[in-house]
Design a protein around this ligand. Structure first.
Ligand code: FES
Length: 351
């Protein structure tokens, strides 16, 4: 059975299957709706229901509270229609973004390699071209396993810039016991394998119409979407502003693509790279025969605070584990960056 979803205030109508979420139907039809986790936990996709019946699905009680349910709010990433439905969404936050409809893709793994401790690079050649905004992510289908685990979805940010080719790059950090990481990427997945995925998703995108100094902070594989943004901005993205990337790790073996970012830094006057080590000292780096220059020592937030007296007039792009993102947000705000100029993407540890 198919139902019609009317999205106000734009008045767009979208057909939605009874077992399909409202978000999925809209994104596939090229009608943008705000979203982030797509799993009922972040509340980014909360909208008002003006009319109709829905099954609220697996919305968590934190993301959608009881009184909000009573008021007719719903999470579009969980809710499925039980008749024609009209919703009202706050769309203005993302209006300067290109909308690329979500679609299904099949890809072949062409490269899978260790790039840092518990971290792999995976490159997938898609069956056809894909349009996306630098910073967006894909949703992979993790196949069922022999131990009886059913098919699940896992999301990873695209680390390669848009428009480059049909090959997409991903960075995957292992989570012990994680179905998508430990149980798949780090054990079963091999070069030559076919994978299924859909996308692009997400609203963590580089604002290319901007030329303010972008302060980017990535913890662990939080560097992935930032790498896509940086390569896009320095390539044909026509980003005139300055970009500084802070990449945080405990020691050098937790960081990756340092040489590639150093090369970009040498080629582009407007790009600065600051790898930050929280558990290694300049003496240790030098003793290992490496140039300690350029490294920051300490927590990323401390290095940022030491580098800048004020950051007013800049923008912030933060990506990584929620605790790191929260800490970086506080640091940027204490340096006079407005919350509305700070964009964040949280990597939750469900992988
Ligand atoms: Fe996160 Fe719906 S709750 S996108």
């Amino acid at each position: 059975t198919t139902h019609t979803i009317t999205v106000e205030p734009v008045g767009r109508e979208v057909e939605c299957e009874e077992d399909q979420t409202i978000l999925d139907a809209c994104l596939r039809a090229g009608v943008w709706l705000p979203h982030s986790c797509t799993h009922g936990t972040c509340a980014t996709c909360k909208v008002d229901k003006l009319d109709g019946e829905v099954d609220l699905g697996e919305a968590s009680s934190f993301a959608l509270m009881d009184f909000e349910r009573d008021e007719g709010k719903l999470l579009t990433c969980c809710a499925k229609p039980r008749g024609d439905v009209t919703i009202e969404a706050d769309l203005d936050v993302d209006e300067d973004m290109e909308v690329y409809p979500v679609d299904d893709y099949i890809g072949t793994v062409t490269l899978i390699e260790d790039i840092a401790t518990e971290t792999k690079r995976v490159v997938v050649e898609l069956d056809r071209e894909i349009g996306f905004n630098a910073g967006q992510y894909m949703k992979f289908v993790v196949p069922a396993d022999d131990a009886g685990g059913e098919e699940v979805d896992r999301t990873w940010s695209i680390a390669s810039p848009p428009g480059e080719s049909t090959a997409l790059e991903f960075h995957v950090r292992n989570v012990k016991g994680g179905r998508g990481t430990d149980g798949w990427v780090f054990s079963r997945l091999a070069e030559g394998d076919q994978v299924r995925m859909s996308g692009p998703y997400g609203r963590f995108v580089l604002k290319t119409g901007d030329d303010r100094h972008a302060i980017m902070v990535g913890g662990g594989t939080g560097v992935a979407p930032l790498k896509s943004m940086i390569k896009h901005a320095l390539g044909d993205g026509e980003y005139e502003g300055e970009i500084t990337l802070y990449a945080g790790g405990r020691g050098r073996e937790w960081l990756y693509d340092v040489a590639e970012f150093r090369e970009l830094e040498a080629e582009h006057d407007n790009f600065t790279f600051r790898p930050c080590l929280s558990e290694e000292t300049a003496e240790q780096v030098s003793a290992a025969g490496e140039d300690a220059q350029g490294y920051g020592f300490g927590m990323v937030t401390d290095v940022i605070a030491a580098d800048h007296e004020r950051l007013s007039g800049c923008t912030g792009y933060l990506c990584g584990p929620p605790a790191m993102v929260d800490a970086a947000l506080k640091t940027l705000m204490s340096l006079r960056l407005f919350p509305r100029d700070i964009y964040r993407e949280d990597f939750f540890n469900e992988a």
